[in-house]
Write a protein that binds this ligand. Structure first.
Ligand SMILES: NC(=O)c1ccc[n+]([C@@H]2O[C@H](COP(=O)([O-])OP(=O)(O)OC[C@H]3O[C@@H](n4cnc5c(N)ncnc54)[C@H](OP(=O)(O)O)[C@@H]3O)[C@@H](O)[C@H]2O)c1
Length: 290
Protein backbone atom coordinates (compact mmCIF):
# COMPACT_ATOMS: atom_id res chain seq x y z
CA UNK A 1 0.00 0.00 0.00
CA UNK A 2 1.47 3.35 -0.97
CA UNK A 3 0.73 6.21 1.37
CA UNK A 4 -0.33 9.56 -0.08
CA UNK A 5 2.32 12.26 0.37
CA UNK A 6 1.48 14.61 3.22
CA UNK A 7 -0.47 17.64 2.00
CA UNK A 8 2.38 20.15 2.49
CA UNK A 9 5.36 17.99 1.48
CA UNK A 10 7.88 20.05 -0.46
CA UNK A 11 6.17 23.33 0.49
CA UNK A 12 8.33 25.88 2.32
CA UNK A 13 6.40 27.77 5.01
CA UNK A 14 7.55 30.69 7.12
CA UNK A 15 5.74 31.49 10.38
CA UNK A 16 6.51 34.56 12.50
CA UNK A 17 6.00 34.58 16.26
CA UNK A 18 6.48 30.84 16.19
CA UNK A 19 7.92 30.52 19.71
CA UNK A 20 4.59 30.89 21.48
CA UNK A 21 0.82 30.70 21.30
CA UNK A 22 -0.97 30.74 17.97
CA UNK A 23 2.24 30.94 15.91
CA UNK A 24 3.78 27.92 17.58
CA UNK A 25 0.59 25.88 17.14
CA UNK A 26 0.35 26.98 13.49
CA UNK A 27 3.96 25.96 12.86
CA UNK A 28 3.32 22.62 14.54
CA UNK A 29 0.21 22.05 12.43
CA UNK A 30 2.09 22.78 9.20
CA UNK A 31 5.03 20.58 10.29
CA UNK A 32 2.56 17.77 10.89
CA UNK A 33 1.36 18.19 7.28
CA UNK A 34 4.94 17.61 6.11
CA UNK A 35 5.97 21.19 5.28
CA UNK A 36 9.53 22.51 5.26
CA UNK A 37 9.30 25.05 8.06
CA UNK A 38 11.13 28.25 8.82
CA UNK A 39 10.30 29.70 12.23
CA UNK A 40 11.02 33.35 12.86
CA UNK A 41 12.11 33.92 16.46
CA UNK A 42 13.80 36.83 18.22
CA UNK A 43 15.43 34.79 20.96
CA UNK A 44 17.94 32.12 19.82
CA UNK A 45 17.39 29.80 22.78
CA UNK A 46 13.59 29.97 22.53
CA UNK A 47 13.87 29.49 18.77
CA UNK A 48 16.02 26.35 19.07
CA UNK A 49 13.83 24.95 21.87
CA UNK A 50 10.76 25.42 19.66
CA UNK A 51 12.44 23.69 16.72
CA UNK A 52 13.28 20.70 18.93
CA UNK A 53 9.78 20.63 20.39
CA UNK A 54 8.07 20.72 16.98
CA UNK A 55 10.42 18.09 15.53
CA UNK A 56 9.72 15.79 18.49
CA UNK A 57 5.96 16.37 18.39
CA UNK A 58 5.56 15.86 14.64
CA UNK A 59 8.45 13.61 13.60
CA UNK A 60 9.23 16.17 10.86
CA UNK A 61 12.96 17.03 10.93
CA UNK A 62 12.70 19.84 8.34
CA UNK A 63 12.26 22.71 10.82
CA UNK A 64 14.72 25.58 11.05
CA UNK A 65 14.89 28.90 12.82
CA UNK A 66 15.45 32.35 11.34
CA UNK A 67 16.41 34.96 13.91
CA UNK A 68 14.80 38.40 13.73
CA UNK A 69 13.51 41.08 16.02
CA UNK A 70 10.54 42.08 13.92
CA UNK A 71 10.21 45.43 15.68
CA UNK A 72 13.47 46.47 13.98
CA UNK A 73 13.35 47.16 10.25
CA UNK A 74 17.06 46.42 9.84
CA UNK A 75 16.49 43.05 11.47
CA UNK A 76 13.50 42.31 9.18
CA UNK A 77 15.68 43.16 6.17
CA UNK A 78 18.52 40.92 7.37
CA UNK A 79 16.08 38.06 7.93
CA UNK A 80 14.62 38.41 4.44
CA UNK A 81 18.14 38.36 2.97
CA UNK A 82 19.09 35.34 5.01
CA UNK A 83 15.95 33.49 3.93
CA UNK A 84 16.81 34.18 0.29
CA UNK A 85 20.32 32.82 0.74
CA UNK A 86 18.96 29.50 2.01
CA UNK A 87 15.79 29.15 -0.08
CA UNK A 88 14.79 29.76 -3.67
CA UNK A 89 11.11 29.06 -2.93
CA UNK A 90 8.56 30.28 -0.40
CA UNK A 91 5.04 28.87 -0.66
CA UNK A 92 3.45 30.09 2.56
CA UNK A 93 4.05 33.18 4.68
CA UNK A 94 2.16 33.42 7.97
CA UNK A 95 2.43 36.88 9.54
CA UNK A 96 1.47 36.33 13.15
CA UNK A 97 3.95 37.92 15.61
CA UNK A 98 2.21 40.70 17.47
CA UNK A 99 1.20 41.99 20.84
CA UNK A 100 -0.63 44.46 23.04
CA UNK A 101 0.99 47.07 25.23
CA UNK A 102 -0.87 49.09 27.85
CA UNK A 103 1.84 51.77 27.82
CA UNK A 104 3.65 53.37 24.90
CA UNK A 105 6.94 51.82 23.76
CA UNK A 106 9.22 53.08 21.00
CA UNK A 107 11.22 50.82 18.65
CA UNK A 108 14.85 51.25 17.58
CA UNK A 109 13.44 52.98 14.48
CA UNK A 110 11.64 55.52 16.64
CA UNK A 111 8.20 54.09 15.89
CA UNK A 112 5.40 53.21 18.29
CA UNK A 113 5.76 49.47 18.97
CA UNK A 114 2.18 48.28 18.31
CA UNK A 115 2.08 49.90 14.89
CA UNK A 116 5.65 48.83 14.10
CA UNK A 117 5.33 45.17 15.09
CA UNK A 118 1.67 44.36 14.45
CA UNK A 119 1.40 46.17 11.12
CA UNK A 120 4.66 47.48 9.65
CA UNK A 121 6.55 44.22 10.21
CA UNK A 122 3.82 42.28 8.32
CA UNK A 123 3.97 44.92 5.59
CA UNK A 124 7.75 45.07 5.26
CA UNK A 125 8.51 41.36 5.53
CA UNK A 126 5.79 40.53 2.99
CA UNK A 127 6.97 43.14 0.50
CA UNK A 128 10.57 41.96 0.83
CA UNK A 129 9.54 38.36 0.14
CA UNK A 130 6.93 39.04 -2.54
CA UNK A 131 9.13 38.18 -5.53
CA UNK A 132 10.02 34.85 -3.89
CA UNK A 133 6.32 34.14 -3.24
CA UNK A 134 5.41 35.09 -6.83
CA UNK A 135 8.15 32.80 -8.16
CA UNK A 136 6.73 29.99 -6.03
CA UNK A 137 3.09 30.38 -7.09
CA UNK A 138 0.66 28.96 -6.19
CA UNK A 139 1.61 30.55 -2.88
CA UNK A 140 -0.34 31.86 0.08
CA UNK A 141 -0.03 34.64 2.62
CA UNK A 142 -1.98 34.42 5.88
CA UNK A 143 -2.18 37.48 8.12
CA UNK A 144 -3.28 36.92 11.72
CA UNK A 145 -5.52 39.83 12.67
CA UNK A 146 -8.16 39.96 15.42
CA UNK A 147 -11.82 40.63 16.05
CA UNK A 148 -10.46 43.90 17.43
CA UNK A 149 -10.29 45.09 13.80
CA UNK A 150 -14.03 45.74 14.09
CA UNK A 151 -13.58 48.76 16.37
CA UNK A 152 -10.29 49.90 14.85
CA UNK A 153 -9.72 53.25 13.20
CA UNK A 154 -6.64 54.43 11.32
CA UNK A 155 -5.55 57.61 13.11
CA UNK A 156 -3.71 59.26 10.22
CA UNK A 157 -3.37 62.48 12.23
CA UNK A 158 -1.52 60.56 14.96
CA UNK A 159 -0.65 57.05 13.75
CA UNK A 160 1.98 56.64 16.45
CA UNK A 161 -0.21 57.87 19.30
CA UNK A 162 2.29 60.59 20.16
CA UNK A 163 -0.36 62.83 21.70
CA UNK A 164 -2.16 60.44 24.03
CA UNK A 165 -1.37 56.75 23.92
CA UNK A 166 -4.22 54.30 24.44
CA UNK A 167 -3.17 50.66 24.26
CA UNK A 168 -6.51 49.34 23.09
CA UNK A 169 -6.90 51.99 20.37
CA UNK A 170 -3.33 51.31 19.17
CA UNK A 171 -4.06 47.58 19.07
CA UNK A 172 -7.41 47.98 17.30
CA UNK A 173 -5.77 50.26 14.74
CA UNK A 174 -3.01 47.72 14.07
CA UNK A 175 -5.51 44.89 13.58
CA UNK A 176 -7.66 46.96 11.20
CA UNK A 177 -4.40 47.75 9.39
CA UNK A 178 -3.85 43.96 8.99
CA UNK A 179 -7.21 43.69 7.21
CA UNK A 180 -6.70 46.78 5.02
CA UNK A 181 -3.23 45.49 4.10
CA UNK A 182 -4.68 42.07 3.23
CA UNK A 183 -7.36 43.50 0.95
CA UNK A 184 -5.04 45.97 -0.80
CA UNK A 185 -2.37 43.30 -1.30
CA UNK A 186 -4.99 40.92 -2.73
CA UNK A 187 -5.90 43.59 -5.32
CA UNK A 188 -2.22 44.07 -6.18
CA UNK A 189 -1.60 40.32 -6.47
CA UNK A 190 -4.59 39.59 -8.70
CA UNK A 191 -3.66 37.01 -11.32
CA UNK A 192 -0.27 36.27 -9.74
CA UNK A 193 -1.22 32.93 -8.17
CA UNK A 194 -0.35 34.36 -4.76
CA UNK A 195 -3.37 34.62 -2.45
CA UNK A 196 -3.64 36.59 0.77
CA UNK A 197 -6.26 36.24 3.49
CA UNK A 198 -6.54 37.28 7.10
CA UNK A 199 -7.90 35.49 10.12
CA UNK A 200 -9.35 36.16 13.55
CA UNK A 201 -8.08 33.22 15.61
CA UNK A 202 -10.64 33.63 18.40
CA UNK A 203 -9.78 34.48 21.99
CA UNK A 204 -6.89 32.18 22.71
CA UNK A 205 -4.93 31.18 25.83
CA UNK A 206 -1.39 32.40 25.00
CA UNK A 207 1.28 34.75 26.32
CA UNK A 208 -0.54 37.58 24.60
CA UNK A 209 -0.04 40.97 26.27
CA UNK A 210 1.90 39.44 29.14
CA UNK A 211 4.76 41.97 29.19
CA UNK A 212 2.61 45.06 29.72
CA UNK A 213 -1.06 44.28 30.24
CA UNK A 214 -2.16 47.16 32.37
CA UNK A 215 -4.21 46.71 35.55
CA UNK A 216 -7.61 45.89 34.01
CA UNK A 217 -6.37 43.11 31.71
CA UNK A 218 -4.10 41.80 34.47
CA UNK A 219 -7.18 41.40 36.66
CA UNK A 220 -9.53 39.98 34.02
CA UNK A 221 -7.23 37.71 32.00
CA UNK A 222 -6.78 35.01 34.69
CA UNK A 223 -10.56 34.88 35.15
CA UNK A 224 -11.16 34.57 31.41
CA UNK A 225 -8.39 32.04 30.70
CA UNK A 226 -10.46 28.90 31.41
CA UNK A 227 -12.95 30.01 28.73
CA UNK A 228 -10.36 30.79 26.08
CA UNK A 229 -9.58 28.57 23.10
CA UNK A 230 -6.42 26.47 23.14
CA UNK A 231 -3.54 27.53 20.85
CA UNK A 232 -4.34 24.47 18.71
CA UNK A 233 -7.92 25.67 18.28
CA UNK A 234 -6.62 29.17 17.53
CA UNK A 235 -4.28 27.76 14.89
CA UNK A 236 -6.94 25.70 13.17
CA UNK A 237 -8.07 28.36 10.70
CA UNK A 238 -4.56 29.73 10.00
CA UNK A 239 -3.30 26.19 9.20
CA UNK A 240 -6.39 25.50 7.09
CA UNK A 241 -5.96 28.75 5.13
CA UNK A 242 -2.30 27.92 4.56
CA UNK A 243 -2.86 24.37 3.42
CA UNK A 244 -6.39 23.36 2.42
CA UNK A 245 -7.25 22.69 -1.21
CA UNK A 246 -10.70 24.00 -0.30
CA UNK A 247 -9.41 27.59 -0.32
CA UNK A 248 -7.22 27.26 -3.39
CA UNK A 249 -7.34 30.55 -5.30
CA UNK A 250 -9.44 32.28 -2.63
CA UNK A 251 -8.01 35.71 -1.81
CA UNK A 252 -8.83 38.99 -0.09
CA UNK A 253 -11.04 37.50 2.62
CA UNK A 254 -11.39 37.72 6.39
CA UNK A 255 -11.92 34.39 8.16
CA UNK A 256 -12.94 33.11 11.56
CA UNK A 257 -13.62 29.45 12.37
CA UNK A 258 -12.97 28.46 8.75
CA UNK A 259 -15.69 30.78 7.51
CA UNK A 260 -15.36 33.90 5.43
CA UNK A 261 -16.86 36.73 7.48
CA UNK A 262 -17.55 40.39 6.89
CA UNK A 263 -14.93 42.61 8.45
CA UNK A 264 -15.53 46.19 9.58
CA UNK A 265 -17.14 48.61 7.13
CA UNK A 266 -13.96 50.73 7.13
CA UNK A 267 -11.85 47.77 6.01
CA UNK A 268 -13.61 47.75 2.62
CA UNK A 269 -12.66 51.36 1.80
CA UNK A 270 -10.07 51.05 -1.01
CA UNK A 271 -8.98 54.67 -0.65
CA UNK A 272 -8.25 54.12 3.04
CA UNK A 273 -6.29 50.98 2.15
CA UNK A 274 -4.25 52.80 -0.53
CA UNK A 275 -3.49 55.66 1.82
CA UNK A 276 -2.33 53.27 4.55
CA UNK A 277 -0.20 51.47 1.96
CA UNK A 278 1.53 54.69 0.90
CA UNK A 279 2.19 55.80 4.47
CA UNK A 280 3.44 52.32 5.35
CA UNK A 281 5.82 52.34 2.38
CA UNK A 282 7.31 55.58 3.64
CA UNK A 283 7.54 54.46 7.27
CA UNK A 284 9.07 51.12 6.26
CA UNK A 285 11.62 52.81 4.01
CA UNK A 286 10.24 51.30 0.81
CA UNK A 287 9.57 54.74 -0.72
CA UNK A 288 10.90 58.26 -0.31
CA UNK A 289 8.56 60.54 1.66
CA UNK A 290 6.42 62.66 -0.68
N1 LIG B 1 -4.46 35.42 21.94
C1 LIG B 1 -5.57 35.93 21.46
O1 LIG B 1 -6.65 35.84 22.07
C2 LIG B 1 -5.58 36.64 20.13
C3 LIG B 1 -6.81 37.08 19.63
C4 LIG B 1 -6.83 37.71 18.39
C5 LIG B 1 -5.66 37.88 17.69
N2 LIG B 1 -4.46 37.46 18.20
C6 LIG B 1 -3.24 37.69 17.40
O2 LIG B 1 -2.50 36.50 17.36
C7 LIG B 1 -1.12 36.81 17.10
C8 LIG B 1 -0.24 35.95 18.00
O3 LIG B 1 -0.51 36.25 19.34
P1 LIG B 1 -0.51 35.16 20.52
O4 LIG B 1 -1.81 35.31 21.21
O5 LIG B 1 -0.10 33.83 20.05
O6 LIG B 1 0.59 35.83 21.49
P2 LIG B 1 1.96 35.30 22.15
O7 LIG B 1 1.74 33.97 22.81
O8 LIG B 1 2.41 36.43 23.00
O9 LIG B 1 2.92 35.12 20.90
C9 LIG B 1 3.47 36.21 20.24
C10 LIG B 1 4.65 35.78 19.40
O10 LIG B 1 5.22 36.93 18.76
C11 LIG B 1 6.61 36.97 19.04
N3 LIG B 1 7.14 38.32 19.08
C12 LIG B 1 6.78 39.33 19.92
N4 LIG B 1 7.53 40.41 19.71
C13 LIG B 1 8.40 40.09 18.72
C14 LIG B 1 9.46 40.78 18.06
N5 LIG B 1 9.78 42.05 18.38
N6 LIG B 1 10.16 40.14 17.10
C15 LIG B 1 9.87 38.85 16.78
N7 LIG B 1 8.89 38.16 17.36
C16 LIG B 1 8.16 38.76 18.32
C17 LIG B 1 6.74 36.28 20.38
O11 LIG B 1 8.07 35.88 20.60
P3 LIG B 1 8.65 35.54 22.09
O12 LIG B 1 8.34 34.11 22.35
O13 LIG B 1 10.09 35.82 21.94
O14 LIG B 1 7.97 36.47 23.06
C18 LIG B 1 5.77 35.13 20.22
O15 LIG B 1 6.35 34.08 19.49
C19 LIG B 1 -0.99 38.32 17.29
O16 LIG B 1 -0.91 38.94 16.04
C20 LIG B 1 -2.31 38.71 17.99
O17 LIG B 1 -2.69 40.03 17.67
C21 LIG B 1 -4.41 36.85 19.41
Amino acid sequence: VTQAAPAMAGRTCLVTGATSGIGKATATGLARLGADLVLVARDPARGQATVAEIQAATGNPRVEVLLADLSSQASVRRAAEELRRGHDRLHVLVNNAGGYWATRHVTVDGLELTFALNHLAYFLLTNLLLDLLRASAPARIVNVTSGAQATGRIHFDDLQFERRYRGQAAYNQSKLANVLFTYELARRLEGSGVTVNCVHPGVVRTNFGRDDMGPVMRLLTPLARPFMRTPEQGADTPVWLASSSGVEGVTGRYYARRQARRSSGRSYDPELARRLWRVSEELAGLRQPA
